[in-house]
Design a protein around this ligand. Structure first.
Ligand SMILES: Cc1ncc(COP(=O)(O)O)c(C=O)c1O
Length: 395
């Protein structure tokens, strides 16, 4: 039974109401000029977002899925190549690999961070790949094709352990493309470089989603690729625009994958607030940590390694009683989510590919126990207290 006002998993309404005038003026400007596709609004946003990620180039596209697909193609993943990612992600990660013409292998996640486990990646390279003779190319034993890239996913707003992953990628000569779709503004302390690095700045290229619920979200669909590699940026510009470098001159066959100017304008407005919103999310993350530490609930709270400054796209707890807890919270008016209930290798879409339960046990066990709690800028401490008290009552 509901006792007081509901607490949603995400509140997208308040945030947009606060910016209503600014957002509407973007639309008014677009109407005045009828510049709906391309133009300075798009170019400005691309420059601003690249600067936010500490990289040289940003290219706006129509979604995070397209961003990942174009990044893979532009970085040199060829049809048939094998790309390695994790099973605990949104399905778009593997869709993008397949749509780039690739095949995917998985390595399991780390138990505490839920991101790609570098130890398992090393084991994968050492035991599940061979060197093809006479080329010496690294080939996946499962797919029989060359392994050319890895896609670590910065899940829930926390970056994967990039130093370790990049070192392995260099050793085995594979490209690193970051799936940063959930990690706008997240940071990683590189022990190798002795400095903090932004999500999107460490791989050869990175993909971001601006799906409305993201830390930086459009009022519709959009995404971006960021990279320090000018050649990749130029290739992505062509791929998103039917392969043309000049109007009606098509050097390659591309896609209709552009960002529209209204979304780019809206994102420029919202980008000015993201650092503050991320800070609010971090405060909410710390508040949850403290509330759980002082309440007897027995749930596992998110692990934040010393090298990570996460941006809490999601605050994900873990408990063996997840389904019952979710139902209880729903009944008392608290919104939750599961990200994600079925690891990718067990999804119906990939039935027939040969994976089975037990192949990636860390992802599988997590999928049965994880629960995302309300998390958004503007979430109040009283609301967080109610969430944690409700969990304590249930337990
Ligand atoms: C990890 C991850 N990768 C890729 C995507 C795809 O982004 P989009 O929905 O913008 O295509 C998402 C979006 O939810 C995501 O969370």
């Amino acid at each position: 039974m509901k006792t007081s006002a509901a607490i949603p998993l995400v509140d997208l309404v308040t945030l947009h109401q606060e910016l209503e005038e600014e957002l509407i003026s973007v639309f008014r400007e677009a109407l005045k000029t009828a510049r709906f596709v391309g133009g300075t609004v798009v170019e400005n946003f691309e420059r601003e977002f690249a600067a936010f990620c500490d990289v040289e180039h940003g290219v706006g596209v129509s979604s995070g899925t397209d961003a990942l697909r174009f990044a893979l193609i532009a970085a040199g993943v060829n049809p048939g190549d094998t790309v390695v990612t994790v099973p605990n992600t949104f399905v778009a990660t593997t869709e993008a690999i397949s749509q780039a013409g690739g095949r995917f292998d998985f390595v399991d996640i780390d138990t505490r961070t839920y991101t790609m486990d570098p130890v398992k990646l090393r084991t994968y390279f050492e035991t599940e790949c061979t060197r093809e003779s006479p080329t010496g190319r690294l080939v996946s034993k499962r797919t029989g094709s060359p392994v050319t890239a890895i896609v670590p996913v910065h899940l829930y707003g926390q970056m994967a352990d990039m130093d370790a992953l990049i070192e392995l990628a260099e050793q085995y000569d594979v490209i690193v493309i970051e799936d940063a779709c959930q990690a706008h503004g997240a940071e990683y302390f590189s022990r190798k470089e002795n400095r903090w690095r932004k999500a999107g700045s460490m791989g050869r290229a990175a993909a971001f989603s601006f799906y409305p619920g993201k830390n930086l979200g459009a009022c519709g669909e959009a995404g971006a690729i960021v990279t320090n590699d000018g050649a990749i940026a130029r290739r992505v510009c062509m791929l998103r625009d039917h392969g043309q470098s000049e109007k009606y001159y098509h050097d390659v066959e591309g896609y209709n994958g552009r960002i529209d100017a209204i979304q780019a304008g809206i994102l420029s407005v919202k980008l000015q607030h993201v650092t503050r919103w991320n800070e609010e999310r971090r405060q909410c993350g710390c508040a949850y940590d403290e509330l759980f530490a002082s309440t007897r609930t027995n749930v596992t709270v998110p692990y934040r390694p010393p090298w990570s400054k996460p941006v809490y796209h999601l605050y994900v707890i873990r408990t063996a009683y997840r389904d019952e807890l979710q139902k209880y919270l729903h009944d008392v008016g608290i919104g939750t989510g599961i990200h994600y209930p079925v690891p990718i290798h067990l999804q119906a879409a990939y039935r027939g590919a040969g994976w089975k339960r037990g192949d990636f046990s860390v992802s599988e066990e997590a999928a049965g126990e994880i629960l995302s709690l309300p998390m958004f800028p503007g979430l109040r401490l009283e609301e967080q207290r109610r969430v944690v008290e409700a969990i304590a009552e249930f337990i």
